[in-house]
Design a protein around this ligand. Structure first.
Ligand SMILES: Cc1cc2nc3c(=O)[nH]c(=O)nc-3n(C[C@H](O)[C@H](O)[C@H](O)COP(=O)(O)OP(=O)(O)OC[C@H]3O[C@@H](n4cnc5c(N)ncnc54)[C@H](O)[C@@H]3O)c2cc1C
Length: 485
């Protein structure tokens, strides 16, 4: 059988493309290497707790806001167990050096919550909030305005570095750090993070921030059910290995089993560097291959999932970010509640901190379940360091732990196929915005890319990216009108 669209990889990006195109009458076949669809949407059950691996919170889910509009169109509203974070402090930024904490409030409260601590900066904070909104509105699939299509790269935002921008408008270094406090959500603020990416993430959280109170597989299950209901096929436990390309057009994808799946159109949700390794030399322009191969990836993340002893750790309905007071790893960590509160107490939490792949080099050629005692030792050392940093803000935290589970970028690499287990895929560099941006089109006429490597990562970024990918087939205005409803 030949399908209208063959989608390789069933992470959020692949599932959303399958949803959009299935609804438009395309026959869809998705190929996934893992046992279940979802990629980073997968969660893991440990005892009575369910830990999410790649989605902890998201923004702009209030009625009328952009992710709400996308979720409505994708049929996800009411199917995903989310909880609105604390209105007066959805993120709390803490400093181990002096114990100070700064809650960030949603909506108009955002400026007030910070102006309380920095009254002289109120005006600048207002400008900052307005700027983030403006920047987001320059994005066609954010504003859902096709007249902006193509013009986004004329705007300076993609070539403006977020940290330089913050330093240019805000003199107070503590406030600069607070405003980039949630940078683990975009792989740490650096001289490479664009104002566009920074604004997309921060503005959406500031509008309204929601945590996954239930399991993030609810998203992938709902999308997969929708694709099947529209007549689509999802084939799991099959690794795509090689494209059959004739005269610049893809004809089929060959799986590890030797099966071939033919299609008219192909969409890869797999990292672009891995996708290109599935295309023979000579079948795609050398310059394109060289550009994609030369791209750097964002950092990976070490994760410590913790099941807490009963009634030990008060439940906090916010995401906590902590700057370490010591000059040791982790320089910053993020802590997110897991599941629901019970009598005011948390049952579980997850802690996340960036991890350099260089530390994992000795195990680079090993796979999950086949790593030695040295790797286990590294993981427990990292977990202890993370717990020690957490104790700066939560004294006695280590004593509250009933059980703990860890994962490293190697786990993510093996699971999602992302090079070096990078958390957010290709690192888009604001100093070279066009050469480090990945677009849906490739050098193969009927092969498109989707997922976090295309334009932006995260639930909102990948939703925007999937719409941009499908607009190549459906037309931007047509699709935007459908999303607007
Ligand atoms: C630790 C962590 C925490 C995060 N927290 C948040 C958060 O709180 N909020 C937020 O918005 N975002 C968060 N993100 C980012 C978000 O999870 C991702 O941006 C998004 O889920 C990526 O989706 P994707 O479709 O691009 O890729 P993936 O989820 O990586 O999907 C790719 C799929 O392709 C499959 N695949 C790979 N190779 C092949 C092959 N050869 N053949 C067949 N299938 C293949 C993989 O198995 C996988 O299913 C987090 C990410 C990480 C790592």
């Amino acid at each position: 059988m030949k399908y209208d669209v063959v989608i390789i990889g069933s992470g959020l990006g692949g599932l959303l493309c399958g949803t959009i195109l299935g609804r438009e009458g395309y026959s869809v076949c998705m190929v996934e290497k893992n046992a279940k669809p979802g990629g980073c949407l997968q969660s893991m059950r440990r005892g009575k707790h369910v830990f999410n691996t790649g989605i902890h919170y998201m923004g702009s889910l209030d009625k009328g806001q952009i992710l709400h509009q996308y979720f409505k169109y994708f049929g996800l509203l009411g199917k995903v167990d989310v909880q609105r974070l604390d209105e007066n402090g959805f993120d709390v930024i803490g400093f181990g050096s002096d114990g100070a904490t700064y809650p960030l409030a949603m909506g108009t409260g955002f400026v007030d919550s910070l102006a309380k601590h920095f009254p002289d900066e109120r005006h600048v904070l207002e400008q900052h909030a307005a700027k983030m909104k403006d920047v987001c509105r320059s994005l066609p699939f954010y504003a859902l305005d096709d007249k902006l299509y193509g013009a986004v790269f004329d705007k300076p935002y993609i070539g403006t570095c977020a940290d330089q921008y913050l330093r240019s408008i805000i003199g107070n270094t503590r406030l600069q750090k607070i405003l980039s406090g949630n940078d683990p959500m975009y792989g740490t603020i650096s001289d490479k993070t664009s104002l566009l990416l920074y604004s997309l993430i921060n503005h959406s959280f500031t509008e309204s921030a929601w945590r996954m109170a239930g399991d993030s597989e609810q998203i992938s299950n709902a999308l997969a059910d929708g694709i099947r209901a529209a007549g689509g096929t999802i084939i799991c436990r099959r690794t795509a290995e090689r494209f059959v390309v004739e005269k610049g057009t893809a004809k089929a994808i060959v799986l590890h089993t030797g099966e071939e799946i033919e299609g008219t159109q192909f969409i890869s949700n797999v990292h672009p560097q891995v996708t290109l390794r599935m295309i023979a030399e000579g079948d795609i322009r050398k310059l394109y291959r060289m550009r994609i191969e030369s791209l750097q990836n964002s950092s990976g993340i070490f994760v410590l999932h913790v099941a807490l002893k009963e009634r030990t750790f008060p439940f906090c309905n916010h995401i906590y970010y902590h700057y370490n007071r010591d000059n040791t790893w982790p320089s910053k960590f993020m802590m997110t509640p897991v599941g629901n509160e019970r009598d005011g107490y948390a049952q579980a939490v997850s802690l996340l901190a960036n991890m350099d792949f260089a530390e994992l080099k000795p195990w680079e050629h090993t796979t999950v379940g086949h790593r030695d005692a040295g790797y286990q030792e590294l993981k427990s050392r990292k977990a202890s360091q993370l717990i020690e940093a957490a104790e700066q803000h939560f004294p006695g935290f280590g004593q509250m732990i009933a059980r703990q589970y860890t994962s490293t970028p190697l786990s993510y690499r093996d699971y999602t196929g992302t090079p070096e287990g990078s958390a957010y895929g290709v690192l888009k560099d604001c100093n070279h915005p066009l050469s480090t941006m990945v677009f849906p089109r490739t050098g193969i006429s009927n092969l498109l890319l989707t997922g976090q490597n295309v334009y932006f990562h995260g639930v909102l970024g990948v939703s925007i990216g999937a719409a941009a990918t499908c607009s190549e087939l459906l037309g931007a205005k047509y699709l935007m009108d459908k999303i607007k409803g």
